[in-house]
Design a protein around this ligand. Structure first.
Ligand code: UD2
Length: 315
């Protein structure tokens, strides 16, 4: 019987959390519907019990949660432009699925659910860094859906006493992030294309900034969120990021060095639903989780480029 459930286990963040749990010798169950997850991401996770299914189906949630103590809920359609094109699909995958999962978690006696929130919840508020005391102001349907999930978690703590922790991720990147879709995260797209010598496009003037967070930091934060006593973290929302930011133009310049890319980016119009600047205050995660980022942006980029180049990231 698995102690941990990872939803979205064939996706970038889910498979990374599952791998860290397995490396620690934990018993893990994973669930994925392969809408954005990849079967090849399960290679190396053979020790994990795997369930193929969609969390929008309540029966799948019940089967996934049975016997589990702690859930890492990473399954989502994680893309702003995808949600702009098809808000209903994003709502099903992010809101319906989360509510079904919480209902099943409660019914089966899960102790704690840890949720992949998004920095998108903050919207375009001019205040930087973004801190948890700010009123959410979601812009894209994706941001609305991720924020609705947060509210459901807090409700399940308040109403039913389920332990929940919301971690607001800020632009996570690293090995296993899918570079092939036009919905992919910008760093995955840039790494793959620049290594292949293909053209890259920057939407807008490239001066938009992000608190790009290397995956190892996010895995670390999740493991802490599972271990810290409920009195400290249950019902809480916190940023999980690095507390520093880079513009896309700066990022392109670093990637050019790391990849040896010879081209220039082309610039196109800004993307609908985009946010200009994003930077996290990570004080709450520091205080409540004892979280400290382990890998900085440049080192994370180096490992990521290495992974897209060779299939291994090194350390
Ligand atoms: C949002 C969230 C992030 C996460 C993610 C979903 C914010 C600030 N961040 O990321 O936390 O939830 O959604 O996984 O809301 N871009 C280009 N060229 C490309 C592709 C993208 O210029 O080929 C730009 C894009 O227009 C944007 C930036 O790169 O300004 C980052 O885009 P993204 O899709 O990687 O991530 P973002 O910020 O929407």
């Amino acid at each position: 019987m698995a102690k941990y459930l990872v939803t979205g286990a064939a996706g970038f963040i889910g498979r990374s959390i599952a791998a860290a749990l397995l490396a620690r010798g934990e018993t893990v169950r994973g669930v994925d519907n392969f809408i954005t997850g990849k079967r090849e991401n399960l290679v190396g996770l053979e020790g994990m019990e795997f369930l193929e299914g969609d969390l929008a189906d309540a029966a799948v949630c019940a089967e996934a949660c049975a016997g589990v103590e702690i859930v890492f809920h990473e399954a989502a359609l994680a893309s702003v432009p995808r949600s702009v094109e098809d808000p209903v699909a994003t709502n099903v995958a992010c809101v319906d699925a989360t509510l079904n999962l919480l209902v099943a978690a409660r019914a089966t006696g899960v102790r704690r659910v840890i949720y992949a929130g998004s920095s998108a919840a903050y919207g375009d508020a001019a205040t930087l860094p973004k801190h948890e005391g700010m009123l959410p102001d979601p812009i894209s349907p994706y941001a609305v859906a991720k924020l609705a999930g947060e509210h459901y978690l807090r409700s399940f703590t308040r109403v039913y006493g389920l332990e929940t922790v919301v971690l607001r991720y800020f632009n996570v990147f690293g090995p296993y992030q899918d570079p092939m879709s036009h919905y992919s995260g910008v760093l995955a797209i840039f790494c793959r294309r620049m290594l292949a010598g293909e053209p890259v496009t920057i939407h807008g003037d490239g001066e938009q900034s992000r608190d790009f967070t290397y995956i190892e930091n996010v895995v670390h934060g999740n493991l802490l969120a599972a271990a810290v006593p409920a009195e400290k973290v249950s019902g809480r929302t916190m940023n999980l990021a690095t507390g520093s930011r880079a513009t896309l133009n700066q990022t392109f310049a670093i990637l050019r060095e790391l990849t040896g890319y010879a081209g220039e980016p082309s610039y196109s119009t800004s993307r609908a639903g985009d946010i200009r600047d994003s930077l996290a205050d990570i004080g709450v995660a520091r205080k409540l989780l004892g979280y400290e980022p382990k890998v900085d942006f440049r080192e994370g980029l180096r490992r990521t480029v290495e992974w897209y180049r060779t299939g291994t990231a090194g350390a």
